[in-house]
Design a binder for this molecule. Structure first.
Ligand SMILES: *Cc1c(COP(=O)(O)O)cnc(C)c1O
Length: 379
């Protein structure tokens, strides 16, 4: 991170870091003539599995596609229920709906903003088939507690790790390395990007086989083009994307360090703003993989006016995330209404994502801090 002044130019919410080695890796594939199902696919999968300590990894066309295949791999089907967090990107709940199962929401922990294991336990019923925790904003969900619950009630677990590359659990493993199907996303704002893309990590050989087949139209590895022994999809990731992913993975350490440095600078820059809630610091050995920098505005502050005041100073910001159960589709399809999950609703109503990307300078962070303090009239 440089310490140059941000000046007056626009500070965007996010910005991918694409370097020379990324460009060269993609060009090499373009020139090779093999644009899909080539050698980079397996290479990217092996390298990624190694990164998070998973037995297997399967590259897919998006995080959402990965969640869909992971939900299927967990045996979730029509009429089943899956207990999950309402404070997430909508894809984690949608993946359950794709299989004609029902997402059953449970409230979140007010500190970590992740699924509260006690609330999850209370939401488990006769039809519950699986738990689907989300490591929101890169902070690890309380997996030891959720695993005890799953064990006691005979449930599968699918992890939405789309925001959590680089995160680690207090009891040892990296996020994605616990053996449950765990899904990462490589959209342009994530810690590692392939433009669009995702990865499903699993601990079982049979699940890797199933996911590889279902992402490729239901074909078995040894089957010709024309026979398909199960229903499948086209959720493949191109060689271009795999090459970009591999190149990014090689410098993931420095990308993650840069994000952590920007987060530390934000803590300093925002420390004086009274009533502002910052992302929870790492605790008990859990480690966040920095994805976004989301604050909760003080109660009673007009968020839209704050966003407009920041925009007037050339700073992008965004409400993030809205509560899933209060989205029109979820209200209309499942009959949800305000008041069901008070912690989630309060956090969602006050959340604001600030600009956050690895090359963000100290000067830019300070500019955001000053502008936010002025907008809130709190310093
Ligand atoms: C990014 C993300 C996804 C996956 O998004 P895609 O755009 O499909 O790659 C899923 N869940 C969460 C929580 C995410 O942040």
């Amino acid at each position: 991170m440089s310490s140059g002044q941000g000046g007056g130019e626009l500070i965007p919410l996010a910005q991918p870091v694409i370097g020379r080695t990324d460009e060269e890796a993609v060009l090499e594939v373009l020139r090779s003539g093999q644009l899909s199902l080539g050698p980079r696919l397996a290479e990217f999968e092996r390298a990624f599995a190694g990164q998070v300590g998973a037995r297997h990894a399967s590259a897919v066309s998006s995080g959402t596609a990965g969640l869909h295949l992971a939900v299927r791999a967990a045996g979730v089907g029509e009429g089943d229920e899956v207990v999950t967090s309402p404070f997430s990107f909508v894809a984690s709940a949608n993946a359950v709906v794709f299989e004609r199962a029902r997402p059953v929401f449970a409230d979140i922990d007010p500190v970590t903003l992740n699924l509260d294991p006690d609330a999850a336990a209370a939401a488990v019923g006769e039809r519950t088939r699986a738990l689907l925790p989300v490591h929101v904003f890169g902070y690890p969900a309380d997996m030891p507690a959720l695993e005890r619950l799953a064990e006691a009630r005979g449930l599968a677990i699918v992890e939405d790790a789309c925001e959590a590359l680089g995160a680690g659990h207090r009891d040892g493993p990296a996020v994605g390395g616990r053996g449950h199907p765990a899904v990462f996303g490589f959209y342009a704002n994530k810690q590692l990007t392939t433009g669009e893309g995702g990865m499903v990590c699993v601990g079982e050989d049979g699940l890797k086989e199933r996911i590889d087949s279902e992402r490729n139209q239901g074909r078995a590895p040894d089957m010709g083009w024309l026979d398909h022994d199960r229903l499948g999809f086209n959720y493949r990731l191109s060689e271009l994307a795999c090459a970009l992913g591999l190149a990014q993975l090689r410098r993931l350490g420095s990308l993650l360090e840069a994000r952590a440095r920007v987060a530390a600078a934000y803590r300093q820059a925002l420390a004086g703003i009274e009533g502002l809630d910052l992302p929870c610091p790492d605790r008990d050995g859990d480690v966040r993989g920095w994805f976004v920098f989301v604050v909760q505005l003080p109660a009673g502050v007009d968020r839209e006016r704050t966003i407009a005041a920041l925009a007037a100073r050339g700073i992008q910001s965004k409400p993030y995330l809205p509560a899933i159960h209060l989205m029109s589709f979820y209200r209309e399809t499942f009959g949800h209404r305000a008041g069901e999950f008070p912690v989630c609703e309060d956090v969602a109503a006050r959340s604001l994502a600030l600009p956050f990307f690895p090359q963000m300078s100290e000067g830019q962070v300070e500019r955001v801090g000053r502008a936010l303090g002025e907008a809130l009239g709190r310093r």
